[in-house]
Design a protein around this ligand. Structure first.
Ligand SMILES: *[C@@H]1O[C@H](CO)[C@@H](O)[C@H](O)[C@H]1NC(C)=O
Ligand SMILES: *[C@@H]1O[C@H](CO)[C@@H](O)[C@H](O)[C@H]1NC(C)=O
Length: 524
């Protein structure tokens, strides 16, 4: 007689809650949907980048970028596709403003193509046609009551600068500063938010370490560290230029990426350390010098130790001078975070013979087979990881103002307009953002959905689609059509909350009644 009510009790507790991935992530405490509203002034936006959408790769005197050259090299990109036309935003930017307006976002994050305004990369030859393109885009956004957030470097380095060594050449610090200065001068009166670099970890590891992204350098033990060293200094100099030379009163920072590193066995200190080390080697590599001064201690000791064991006379991780540490420290007005997925970390000692940035970490990483899938092999939805990651950023970097500058998912090809997988992903991830804000008091002030529309997904070409809008790449006009997720996002922005729906309400209340009933029977 006791067993039946006990089972009822269990069932009612388990099923009263709502879950987004009920088969895998259904821990009531961690995964149950949380109903509440976002802060009133929460910033809702969407994001793109120049090479992925603009096209016009050689229009009006634009110089070639490393991505033009890389994509034009056979065998580098899926199906040998390229960004020559992409979404043709160079001609269709008013359409982009219109679809942003239709979703009622108040912010648009886009990037400036450096070689479009400085064809050789250098300040001595300004391409006014390029300046005019971004000027018109910014004006159209402001007319539509949408604030621009502008990324200066979203990977499309002028090829002329790669020809002198790219980010491995430290003279790029000043050269980047000239470019940034020009942008502040021409657009700063109308742009309140700037991002110097987007995901430098991806630039340096995929571009200089393993050659899967432009510029296609395969030097996994050295080049990423050298390139990162230049990028960090270049970021700091542009930050100082913005605040010392101008008084627009806007904000400038950097956008960093990492998966949330979850220890495989949280009771094993070596796995816990491995997970933290992984995040320090990705986001911390840049955030530590910028927020706290110098490279993370874990990186310093790992790379120094490996370099010595490899018989080198100096560490492969370069050093900042004391003056440089001071100059770089504090060059942030917010924390820009791009986050997509979670990765499980296990301690794994790599052989000394591996002269490689990943081996330097002594971490083995994987994603469990039973986690949900997306159209991208590296991206398995694990929404609770975003909440963990936000808490890590809060604790590690002294509670900064955080913008989630990218978050999104690729969906299977068949989900052209009815992209239910994307709605589930955004629901689940944004619900975790809400928990971080409301329960954990993480200072997340804005969120940018990646991406406004389907576009050129780097080495995957057009095979992986992240858009809230579908783009017909077979039509010369590249028409944009809202997917179901664009309508979902529009409605979420309008309500600014996760509102309990009637079905959930009825189920929850009936479960509560069932629970009370079972409890009474049990106690009798
Ligand atoms: C670095 O760039 C400068 C010009 O800014 C050039 O003179 C020098 O040769 C470059 N170094 C390398 C190694 O290419
Ligand atoms: C270390 O060795 C390399 C090449 O073997 C040399 O270029 C470099 O100057 C040396 N560094 C120091 C600090 O001795």
């Amino acid at each position: 007689m006791l067993r039946f009510p006990a089972i009822l009790c269990f069932i009612s507790i388990a099923y009263a809650a709502d879950y987004y991935y009920p088969e895998v992530f259904n821990d009531p405490e961690r995964d149950a949907v949380y109903y509440d509203s976002f802060p009133e002034d929460f910033i809702w936006g969407s994001a793109t980048s120049a090479y992925q959408i603009e096209g016009g790769w050689d229009a009006d005197n634009k110089g070639p970028s490393i991505w033009d050259v890389f994509a034009h090299t056979p065998g580098k990109i899926y199906n040998d596709e390229n960004g020559d036309v992409a979404c043709d935003s160079y001609n269709n930017y008013l359409e982009d403003v219109k679809i942003l307006k239709d979703m009622n976002v108040k912010f648009y994050r886009f990037s400036i193509s450096w070689p479009r305004i400085l064809p050789s990369g250098l300040i001595d030859n300004v391409n006014e046609a390029g300046i005019s393109y971004y000027s018109k885009l910014i004006d159209a956004l402001l007319d539509a009551d949408i604030q621009p957030m502008v990324t200066l470097y979203h990977w499309d380095l002028p090829q002329a600068l790669q020809d002198i060594g790219g980010w491995e050449n430290e003279t790029l610090v000043d050269i980047f500063n000239d470019y940034a200065d020009l942008c502040f001068d021409r657009f700063g009166d109308r742009v309140g938010y700037w991002i110097t670099f987007n995901e430098p970890y991806v630039v340096t590891w995929l571009g200089y370490g393993i050659a899967v992204f432009a510029p296609g350098i395969n030097d996994p033990g050295y080049a990423p560290y050298r390139a990162a060293h230049t990028i960090i200094k270049a970021h700091a100099e542009a930050y100082h230029t913005y605040h010392k030379k101008y008084s627009y009163g806007g904000k400038i920072s950097i956008t960093l990426s990492t998966d949330y590193g979850m220890p495989e066995d949280a009771t094993k200190q070596e796995d816990v350390d491995a997970a933290i080390r992984y995040m320090q080697f990705t986001a911390g590599w840049y955030a530590h010098p910028i927020f706290k001064g110098d490279y993370p201690a874990q990186m310093r000791s790992q790379v120094d130790m490996k370099s010595i064991a490899q018989g080198l006379n100096e560490s492969r991780l370069p050093s900042f001078t004391d003056e440089e540490v001071e100059y770089i420290k504090g060059t942030h007005d917010f924390f820009g975070l791009n986050a997509y997925t979670t990765t499980v970390c296990r301690y794994h000692e790599s052989p000394t013979s591996e002269v490689n940035y990943e081996s330097d970490q002594d971490v083995y990483r994987f994603q469990p087979d039973d986690w949900p899938k997306s159209a991208s092999e590296w991206l398995r939805p694990a929404p609770w990881g975003l909440r963990e990651l936000l808490n890590w950023v809060k604790t590690e970097y002294d509670d900064p103002e955080i913008f989630i500058t990218e978050n999104g998912v690729s969906t299977p090809y068949e989900q052209i307009l009815d992209d239910s997988d994307r709605i589930t992903y955004y629901s689940a991830y944004l619900n975790e953002v809400l928990k971080a804000i409301k329960i954990d008091e993480v200072n997340v002030v804005g969120y940018f959905a990646w991406s406004l529309m389907d576009n050129f997904e780097w080495a995957s070409g057009y095979s992986q689609r992240f858009g809230l809008h579908h783009v017909d790449f077979d039509d010369p006009d590249r028409p944009r059509t809202p997917k179901d997720s664009a309508l979902f996002y529009r409605d979420l922005i309008a309500s600014n909350a996760f509102v309990i729906n009637s079905a959930v309400f009825i189920r929850t209340s009936s479960m509560v009644i069932l629970f009370v009933f079972a409890l009474i029977r049990l106690l009798k």
